[in-house]
Design a protein around this ligand. Sequence first.
Ligand code: SF4
Ligand code: SF4
Ligand code: SF4
Length: 343
Amino acid sequence: MSEKPKVAWYWCASCGGCEESFVDLAERLLKVFEAVDIVFCPVAMDFKREDVEKLPDGSITVALINGGIRLKEHEEMVKLLRKKSKIVIAYGACSAWGGIPGLANLYNLDEALERKYLEVPTIENPKEVLPTKKIIVNIPEAKMKAELELPEPLPVLLPLDKVIDVDYYIPGCPPTPDVFWNALQALLSGNLPPKGAIVGASNRSLCDECSLNETKPEKVLVKEFKRPDKAKPEPNKCLLAQGFLCMGPVTRGGCTALCIKGNMPCTGCFGLLDGIVDYGGKAISYFGSILDYSPVEEKEIKKAFDGIPDWIGTIYRYSLAASKLSHKAGIKKPKRIKEVVEI
Ligand code: SF4
Ligand code: SF4
Ligand code: SF4
């Protein structure tokens, strides 16, 4: 009997949604377990780094890696998985393009730590404790000291292909179970697409699979951009034609227009279509093409664009780290991270 393909699954800087998408395969999970051997999956089973180190190079058939590369530990692990795997897949928007955590690249690490640990309204941290590389904890009852070490953060969050060679990409935040399933079928069939391809999704825009496409006019022109938290969309009518900033025309299809079915505009998590170099650049030109410039009063145009309060978060919500902007200029070594703290 021939050996089953070996699959590894590793998470880097992730929210857990990508792992959830695996669980959402529901009963199809049983078919996955029948078809492959999972040789590394620390989120679900007790695997250690040494388990991967012991495997022969190239012995893992497919490594699925989700989340962005934010820590030295992530960098080391993905390099190890690359060495051990025939095929490496960037799974989900964070791994492919940096995703939402990649928006932290607008700040240097000190600014990001201050925001996260000291400033956000939901944090309570009166002693202003920040992450430390090493903490020595005195335990008087046991007459001993314990040492805890945190993995070192990288100055910016990196998409996977900025750290290792990546063979394929599965898009989405997270990828839907069907997209994951389609990709898995394609990979296990041995019928592999060209290196660097997106697998499991479509190469047509989201509008193409949206049930509201029939109501989208040939030429969309809007006088203002609306937000779904400020105005309620009419049902059964293209959201873009109503002025809601739906990214469907510039976003890859494959999710079956899930958000639109919930009356929410697409925010672009399936990313850019083949042949487009930069999602944000494409999005900007798209905004320009649908804005009705008549009357050409500057204040009218300004009012229209005021409907978009967070430009970077809108056009680079999932892809800032992989974009031409990538990160804040002059990234420097963080001062706020202490080497050792004894408590
Ligand atoms: S792609 Fe989305 S769901 Fe997956 S880890 Fe990133 S934020 Fe979470
Ligand atoms: S609602 Fe969005 S995805 Fe659907 S047709 Fe209109 S622009 Fe395209
Ligand atoms: S509609 Fe847009 S944001 Fe929603 S899942 Fe599909 S691609 Fe992602």
